[in-house]
Write a protein that binds this ligand. Sequence first.
Ligand SMILES: Nc1ncnc2c1ncn2[C@@H]1O[C@H](COP(=O)(O)OP(=O)(O)OP(=O)(O)O)[C@@H](O)[C@H]1O
Ligand SMILES: [Mg+2]
Length: 366
Amino acid sequence: MAPMAKTKPGAPPPPAEEIPEGLLHGELITDEDRRDHSLRPHSLKEFLGQAAMKENLEVFIKAAKARQESLDHLFLIGPPGLGKTTLAQVIAHELETEIVQTSAPALDRPKDLVGILTNLKERNVFFIDEIHRLKPAIEEMLYIAMEDYELDWVIGQGPGARTLRIPIKPFTLVGATTKAGNVSSPLVSRFGIPCRFSFYEKADMEAIVRRSAGILETKIDDTAASLLAASARGTPRVANRLLRRMRDFAQVSGAPSITRPVVEDALRRLEIDHLGLEKQDREILAMIIKRYNGGPVGAETLAISMGEGVDTLEDYYEPYLIQAGLLQRTPRGRMATALAYEHLKIPGGDTRVQGERGNENSGLLF
Ligand SMILES: Nc1ncnc2c1ncn2[C@@H]1O[C@H](COP(=O)(O)OP(=O)(O)OP(=O)(O)O)[C@@H](O)[C@H]1O
Ligand SMILES: [Mg+2]
């Protein structure tokens, strides 16, 4: 049976040992990821930022509740750590229903999906993470489930085989992915509400930092919160991680609160620069510039040169570098922009492409 978790949103987080072990973008889920559950917003009100997306969702949720119908299926698209899993849980909370969570690689056989779908109660939320990794047989089964709230189940073999249509309760599928381009168009077209996450605005990041500091009962000065927010690559998960590190540095140095000098010192030690780039981000840009003459270089070649997985490069590093205007994806490969040369203080960028900032994601797709 596929690993599955059924929880009432808003309920206290499960004990750490109940959260399945697994891989998270090539990293093992650490104790810190488990602790992050306590910082997860439960309601739309607590879910900060993504204003356009949130406003629309509020309307759709209200309308579905008033009609006493299941909410249309949602497709959540965006880089890691921007709040896809969180939003799925928030939606279940707002719909006052339960959420059943799994991820595509865990749905190994059609039987796994049948087991989950036939156990769903009316208007439950069913969350499938990494939906771009569904097996074809499971995906086809999901088409009918999404459209007609029925399942096709084949019994017997050969000429005597029969297909049974099993009715299931109306439910809301929430599918999340970091790779929208890898999801087949028949599946995409069955989601009524596509939501594309943007990197968070600075003001929203600051609000997230302050909220998390409050929950962690950690004092942080306004100027410190502002610098931390600007250095967290527009990503709440990164902001929460940095906040914990700052808290460590403040505690060990005996500072009563996180002040701007504490943040500055910690960022220096963590090798995070004023654009929020980590060492690995700068090394990627330096590799393109120095070894590949600024590009274009193919993603796979670049990933091998960096000793990274191509998925990590494409899902984690590139979206932020593109948004920051430092990298461009072209049909011939990745290119460092003039801004990347300038940022790394490498001469020769004058003739390079000018990066465009922040044009990748914006609110709902339609
Ligand atoms: N809008 C938000 N407001 C406040 N905190 C948030 C928000 N979105 C996310 N977070 C925080 O960031 C953490 C990471 O979010 P989440 O796990 O939902 O990201 P994700 O998009 O599902 O990432 P992945 O692609 O790696 O699965 C959450 O645990 C939560 O603490
Ligand atoms: Mg997630």
